[in-house]
Design a protein around this ligand. Structure first.
Ligand code: N01
Length: 558
């Protein structure tokens, strides 16, 4: 069958039996591209998006200082030359408004909006095995049937806020960074408190310190922030990027992190400590993920000796930058090795911020927060009066947004029940007992350990090819087998166990949310290895999945 025939066949089938061929949830990087690819295949697609615009994470995270840690020229779609040729990034790292503008630009260029239902929250999805269809329900009562149900909800989209007593009595204003008001918050001259010093908190703190009247930072665990070395992108530099884009994409797609850094330079094996230091110093000046890439990340995250040198190198940099030695020691991380938690970036002299008289650091590991009072925050040691309290406390990562929809597989099995001991998938793409459900950047895929657009493109293209294959071959159902799922989860765990991830309490392992099962969730083998595995699975007629011929489906009695 030619592509045209597939297009015709699928369109006919959809109109006969279901409202849509595919329902996609989320209109961020993944949902937009998924819609584009399925439309190219001739499928009827509906995207549901909770926000009133496209953008996903970049629609919601509008806090001051929000910026992406991937370099801008690779934090975009690579599949369409027109898109990356036409768009021009202004800085080395893109700021939230610019990324949002870019995704709006892409949505317009690809004419995507007409298939997106905005301000529509999916509340449930249930699977019917006889018909091999999903029924999707939305908060405003819409109910549709679809052959394929595709989650594009993102890995970091369900905010996590600790449950402190007394928040409802607080007389000031409070916000979560991931639900920042669209018309902004007036922080100028205010007494601002921020809880959390992850990537978000660090961006927020550096940006807000000079605006707030006084900024109080409530820190539980210090982090290793590496300078990003952000700057405007010069015209000649951009020209060079444009001339080399083909090679850049090729290298990024076939790298561990989805980033085009030189793989020849990165072995630390056999180097003396002084030689390692010289390389680190050079990479410290380059900044950003190029520092993590000073040596092969797989080595940095698995070799305790190399990691110890790197961790100590950063600690010394922190001590050098902070004037008060007591404050410096509070900011120096000693509880986990560098990279075992997602490494944050420093855009605006984060550590230097603590040399200001109008910034104070409160160690809430030593003196935990006991309650929020009408005036501010109380710890076991003191009280802090605030006008504005900001929660930079992260996300119910990887699973939170999926579980927020009531997803039920075969025989009504709730996803929550299947994942009671932690998420299990095959390739992060599909699950046993949940046929015809695809999860873009789902648990046990490389996702958050990589440059996201690269991982998203790989998933979207794999899913598109899979659906085209099913239609070509006459299959109506695809489902991961229980064995392949089990093996994949074991493989992911085994790789993670050989690395240093278990030495940090992190959202990679679900440990930031009280009561959440602790399991390492992203696939840590890198994008290149993962891509190879997915390609082999597809070449081998979707090995590890079970496919059902449409003619074998039970007939529905009238
Ligand atoms: O969240 P986090 P985030 N009492 O979970 C603290 C991505 N991102 O929003 O470390 C006191 O990392 C918590 O303390 P501790 C990126 O992947 C990307 O900052 O658990 N404190 C921690 O300090 C990142 O990793 C970009 O002890 C409490 C903080 O809150 C991910 O999003 C930009 C607490 C949460 O840190 C999440 O980052 C920004 C409590 N009860 C973010 N509970 C890009 O560049 C939590 N904390 C793309």
């Amino acid at each position: 069958m030619s592509d045209g025939d597939v297009r015709e066949a699928t369109t006919e089938r959809a109109s006969e039996t279901t409202d849509f061929d595919a329902v996609v949830v989320g209109a961020g990087f993944s949902g937009l591209y998924m819609l584009h690819r399925l439309r190219e295949l001739g499928l009827s697609v509906r995207v549901y998006e909770k926000g009133d615009g496209v953008g996903g994470t970049w629609y919601w995270n509008r806090y001051p200082g929000a910026r992406c840690d991937s370099e801008s020229h690779i934090y975009c779609y690579s599949f369409d030359e027109d898109l990356y040729e036409e768009w021009e990034w202004s800085e080395r790292y893109p700021e939230q408004p610019e990324i949002l503008e870019y995704l709006n630009f892409a949505a317009d260029e690809l004419d995507l909006r007409r298939d997106i239902a905005f301000e529509t929250e999916v509340t449930s999805a249930s699977y019917d095995d006889d018909a091999a269809t999903w029924t999707i329900e939305t908060a405003d009562g819409e109910r549709v049937e679809t052959r394929f149900f595709i989650s594009a909800v993102g890995c970091l989209s369900e905010p996590f806020k600790p449950d402190f007593d007394g928040l409802d009595t607080f007389e000031g204003e409070w916000y979560h960074t991931a639900r920042w008001p669209h018309d902004g918050v007036d922080l100028d001259g205010q007494r601002v408190g921020v809880i959390g010093t992850g990537s978000t908190g660090i961006q927020f703190i550096s940006e807000t310190a000079s605006r707030a009247g006084h900024l109080t930072v409530f820190q539980r665990t210090p982090n290793y922030a590496v300078p990003a070395r952000n700057r405007p992108l010069e015209a000649e530099e951009y020209e060079e990027i444009r001339e080399n884009y083909d090679a850049i994409w090729e290298q990024a797609r076939n790298s561990r992190l989805g980033m085009p850094f030189d793989p020849d330079e990165n072995s630390a094996r056999g180097l003396s400590e002084a030689e390692i230091h010289d390389i680190l110093e050079d990479r410290w000046q380059q900044g950003g993920f190029r520092f993590l890439h000073a040596f092969e990340p797989g080595h940095v995250l698995s070799n305790a000796d190399t990691n110890a040198i790197i961790s100590e190198f950063i600690r010394e940099k922190i001590r050098e930058r902070v004037d008060d030695p007591d404050t410096a020691e509070k900011l120096v991380p000693t509880d986990h090795p560098y990279g075992a938690k997602r490494p944050p970036m420093d855009y605006n002299d984060y550590y230097g911020t603590y040399n200001r008289d109008d910034v104070s650091l409160v160690d809430v590991e030593e003196n935990p927060i006991t309650e929020i009072t009408p005036d501010g925050v109380r710890t076991t040691a003191d009280e802090y009066d605030l006008d504005v309290l900001v929660f930079a406390t992260g996300f119910d990562a990887m699973t939170g947004a999926l579980l927020a929809m009531d997803i039920r597989g075969r025989d009504g099995l709730p996803l929550e029940e299947k994942w009671a001991d932690g998420p299990t998938t095959y390739l992060g793409l599909g699950m046993h007992d949940f046929p015809n459900l695809f999860t873009i950047t789902g648990p046990q895929s490389p996702s958050v350990l990589t440059n996201m657009p690269m991982s998203i493109e790989q998933h979207v293209e794999w899913i598109t090819d899979c659906i085209a294959y099913m239609d070509r071959e006459g299959y109506d159902r695809i489902e991961a087998t229980a064995e392949s799922e089990q093996q994949w989860v074991s493989q992911t765990n085994m790789l993670a166990d050989n690395m240093l991830f278990s030495e940090a309490k992190s959202w990679y392992r679900g440990e930031n949310v009280p009561g959440k099962p602790s399991i390492f969730t992203p696939f840590p083998g890198g994008l290149e290895m993962y891509r190879g595995i997915c390609e082999r699975v597809a070449e081998d007629d979707y090995d590890g999945f079970e496919l059902r011929e449409a003619t074998d489906a039970p007939t529905v009695e009238q």
